[in-house]
Design a protein around this ligand. Structure first.
Ligand code: ZN
Length: 509
């Protein structure tokens, strides 16, 4: 393996810039006359790209009379970028290995195992993903909640020293198997039961192996979000590892002030030597289980029926106030049967009762998932423009939210084309170079357009990019990504799927 890599490098060096006159070189793909946006944030430049054996071998002016290419792509008037990296995604590669929703919006690598949830048998699962032959590359985090369950800690708020040791060993083994870090879901059970000493204990093996703790933080509400971020920073400092805020948002916050405060908080942590980033999706609605609006005292280990019987009025008041705070019942849009596509207002009207009674009697804390229109555009925009914040979808092929089909296209359409808040180089950096750097993919020669790097490549006209998915039709594929190349194989050509599945299971080296 090592020798091969060295030989390949030698051949790149000999042809770099100047193709030897003596032999007809043959390549898999030639992309000619495009503007190269290399994913580092550097200004675009005109050049051709040569691909061979799954790798980019040359980015330069190519004298086409001196080479032959199995396929030539004319990128005149278009940009050539690295394939996009979705740092926080959901979905089951064993069920939907094609992941068309992702590749259609230019995503060639996704990271799963998010929000504290991953497979209990990571190494085995990775082999299964490999056998399933996905169309795009898959990386994974190991989930804190899953580790808690596996270690038998479950909902215990004070695990013993030995239980914490057991969890730390499981985290270490998962990283050894190739996970890129630890994900937490502190707003969900069982992660919500953990305290900072446990979080630091589990961050230590992550720090030791140069991984990342990526966290769905404890509470994203306006008045609580900065305390939640502070907890993550403390975890990173204690564990000696990089930290990332998953799907950064401020629930029912308004205006740019909170955004400025959060960005200053992150900057202050960086000055203390803690590497901190965040990922975000470009929508003002979140999506998760309806349990998010229920109080802890109505969830396990408490028996829901007993809670309703004993504390019904209190629960009704809690739900009424919490939903009102979250922009009212019309701001909750159900995504699961039998209410998919209807708001809580509509369901309450149909059932002829107050919305809090619908939540208590007809749905319950586990009875539905929904989109919640709880975010402020000005606030979220300010966060998104920060250079340490990358793009994610937090979406999946099946979730009823447009983010799983539109996020990366919307970043180009909204931030680059319409508002011009970002230029194309900055946007592409947020979607490739930054996530690659964050998780350590650059060391594996992925995430940038550079000779010697994996040939995950997009060719498109930025002006033609459309995010077609909406809350009404959340499963419309994005349009405009003419060529999507994964490990040197064309997954989408001239806007059509080829059926090829060249994705790899990525493992942290
Ligand atoms: Zn989450």
């Amino acid at each position: 393996m090592k020798i091969l890599a060295v030989m390949m490098l030698a051949s790149i060096v000999t042809i770099r810039g100047q193709i030897p006159m003596t032999e007809k070189n043959s390549y898999d793909i030639l992309i000619k006359h495009g503007t190269i946006i290399d994913g580092s944030g550097a200004p675009g430049f005109k050049a051709d790209v040569l691909v061979k054996d799954q790798k980019i071998v040359l980015i330069s002016d190519v004298d086409t009379s001196l080479i032959s290419a199995h396929r030539t792509i004319d990128a005149t008037g278009k940009v050539v970028t690295p394939g996009f990296i979705d740092h926080h995604a959901h979905g089951d590669p064993l069920k939907t290995p094609e992941f068309k929703n992702f590749s259609a919006m230019g995503v060639t690598t996704i990271f799963l195992g998010q929000d504290g949830e991953s497979s209990d048998h990571i190494a085995e699962w990775m082999s299964q993903v490999e056998a399933a032959q996905t169309a795009i590359n898959i990386g994974s985090y190991v989930g804190h909640g899953s580790v808690r369950n596996q270690a038998g800690v479950k909902l215990d708020p004070s695990p013993s020293y030995w239980a914490r040791r057991k969890m730390a060993t499981l985290v270490d083994e998962a990283l050894e198997a190739g996970c890129f870090g630890l994900s937490t879901g502190l707003e969900y059970q069982p992660g919500s039961f953990s305290k900072i000493n446990e979080l630091i204990t589990l961050a230590k093996p992550v720090g030791k192996r140069g991984g990342v703790v990526s966290s769905h933080t404890r509470n994203e509400d306006d008045e609580a979000v900065q305390n939640s971020i502070a907890e993550l920073i403390t975890q990173g400092a204690g564990g000696g590892c990089a930290v990332n805020i998953s799907h950064l948002k401020v629930v029912y916050g308004h205006g740019a002030d909170r955004a400025e405060a959060i960005l200053q908080q992150m900057e202050a942590a960086r000055e203390e030597g803690i590497s901190i980033t965040a990922d975000m999706y470009p929508y003002q609605a979140s999506y998760t289980g309806i349990g998010i609006v229920f109080p802890d005292w109505a969830k396990p280990p408490y028996n829901y029926e007993q809670v309703v019987a004993a504390r019904r009025d209190e629960l009704a008041t809690y739900l009424r106030e919490r939903i009102q705070r979250r922009n009212g019942p019309e701001a909750t849009l159900f995504g699961t049967a039998p209410w998919a596509g209807k708001t809580l207002t509509q369901v309450a009207l149909e059932l002829g009762k107050p919305f809090e009674d619908v939540l208590i009697d007809d749905i319950g804390p586990k009875g539905a998932s929904a989109a919640y229109f709880v975010m402020d555009q000005e606030l979220q925009d300010r966060l998104f423009l920060d250079p340490f914040i990358m793009t994610c979808s937090d979406g999946s092929p099946t979730m009823r939210h447009p983010r799983g089909y539109g996020s990366f296209a919307k970043v180009i359409r909204y931030y680059v084309n319409e508002t011009k808040l970002l230029n194309i180089e900055q946007a592409v950096y947020k979607m490739s170079g930054l996530p690659a750097k964050t998780v350590g993919l650059v060391e594996q020669h992925r995430g940038l357009l550079k000779a010697g790097f994996a040939a995950d490549i997009l060719v498109f006209d930025p002006d033609a990019i459309e995010d077609a998915a909406s809350f009404e039709n959340p499963h419309e594929l994005a349009r405009g990504f003419d060529w999507v190349i994964v490990n040197g194989a064309v997954v989408r050509g001239e806007g059509e799927f080829t059926g090829k599945r060249p994705g790899k299971m990525l493992r942290k080296s």
